[in-house]
Write a protein that binds this ligand. Structure first.
Ligand code: NCD
Ligand code: ZN
Length: 348
């Protein structure tokens, strides 16, 4: 029987939300992951250390007590509202680990985002000084740019010039979704990238060909099978620049199933099984720990976990949950239940 033991994984990109949704989803992340880079796109966004600290406390207050080693760390939302002294204190206190740039209008709760990466040079200088990374949602929101070309266009028009002018700024391209993105990361020494389970395991035909699937709709949109192949090669190839960030992003089905679907895939429940399945199919399970547990840790300057997690390729005949229900009665669909039937996960 195929089985692999890995250091406890980290999730370097996750949306935990707030209130009843936070309560409903946090356990899935806390039981499966150690570090969780918590995204700041609440409404209103998290732009101060006081707000980040309060959010951190709300997360820990509802995290399950039996989580082996759950460590949420916070990213501030890149905005003119960030005070540089406040940021400095937040980093020194260990509460702030990064700053996240959202192009305005690109995705869920990005209205307060930027119109140009180049508008925050003073902030970036401070970040270089503090040794923290700029996390980038790489999508060109110019309406003349095709939806499937938005990542490539943003990297070319905005991130390339920034990297050229600030070669000391460490950057993570979040949820890299295209071959162009993989090539960009490889070509720039200061850039690394997170990759999601759903961009590894699905392509745009899965999204669109057999009835449009709102549960697979996320930003950046899942792209072509050729892009997917390049993502799989990057994730399974052992390159230390590529690591897991689930981009787990819960939305109630009421916000998914309508004339306009909200963007986001909730994969905290079964994302590890999805990733293991991709690596297994590639014959690359020996590279799984690098992707889930050691590459990202090295990029963010922490040691890999000493806790272990075991994945075994064994089918279950149990019926797995297909959705969760929040205390408010909202339903959220769990991505990856198909893959999850093929894997058993145990924590030691
Ligand atoms: C995320 C969300 O719902 O907050 N949605 C998504 O499609 N990925 C925001 C984001 O990371 O783009
Ligand atoms: Zn995200």
């Amino acid at each position: 029987m195929t089985s692999i033991e890995i250091p406890f994984p980290d999730d370097w990109h996750v949306h935990l939300r707030d209130g009843e949704m936070l309560e409903a989803v946090v356990g899935y992340t806390a039981r499966r992951f150690r570090y969780a880079m918590v995204m700041p796109n609440l409404a209103p966004p998290i732009t101060s250390v006081a707000d980040a600290r309060a959010y951190h406390q709300r997360i820990l207050a509802v995290a399950p007590a039996d989580a082996p080693d759950f460590r949420p760390v916070m990213a501030l939302y890149c905005s003119p509202a960030i005070d540089l002294d406040d940021l400095r204190r937040g980093v020194e206190e260990g509460i702030i680990a990064a700053v996240k740039y959202y192009p305005a209008g690109a995705t869920t709760n990005s209205d307060a985002g930027g119109t140009s990466l180049a508008d925050f040079m003073n902030l970036y200088e401070t970040m270089i000084d503090l040794g923290i990374r700029l996390l980038v949602h790489a999508e060109d929101t110019d309406p003349t740019v095709d939806i499937f070309a938005r990542e490539a266009s943003f990297l070319d028009r905005q991130l390339a010039p920034l990297c050229a002018s600030l070669p000391e700024l460490a950057v993570t391209v979040e949820h890299v979704s295209t071959g162009a993105g993989v090539d960009f990361v490889s070509a720039h020494p200061q850039v690394a990238a997170s990759i999601t389970p759903h961009h590894l395991a699905r392509d745009r035909s899965d999204l669109l060909a057999n009835g449009m699937k709102p549960d697979l709709y996320c930003k950046p949109v899942i792209n072509s099978s050729a892009d997917q192949a390049q993502l799989i090669a990057a994730a399974t190839g052992g390159d230390p620049k590529f690591f897991l960030g689930t981009d787990s992003a819960p939305h109630p089905t009421a916000a998914k199933y309508g004339p306009v679907a909200k963007a986001g895939v909730f994969n905290a429940a079964y994302g590890l099984e999805v990733v293991a399945d991709v690596f297994h199919q590639e014959g690359s399970l020996d590279q799984l720990a690098a992707f889930t547990s050691t590459n990202g840790a090295a990029v963010y300057g922490v040691e890999p976990s000493e806790h272990r997690l075991m994945l075994t390729a064994e089918s279950t005949d149990q019926d797995l949950a297909t959705h969760l229900t929040t205390a408010a009665g909202d339903e959220v669909v769990l991505f990856g239940d198909d893959e999850a039937t093929r894997w058993q996960v145990s924590v030691s």
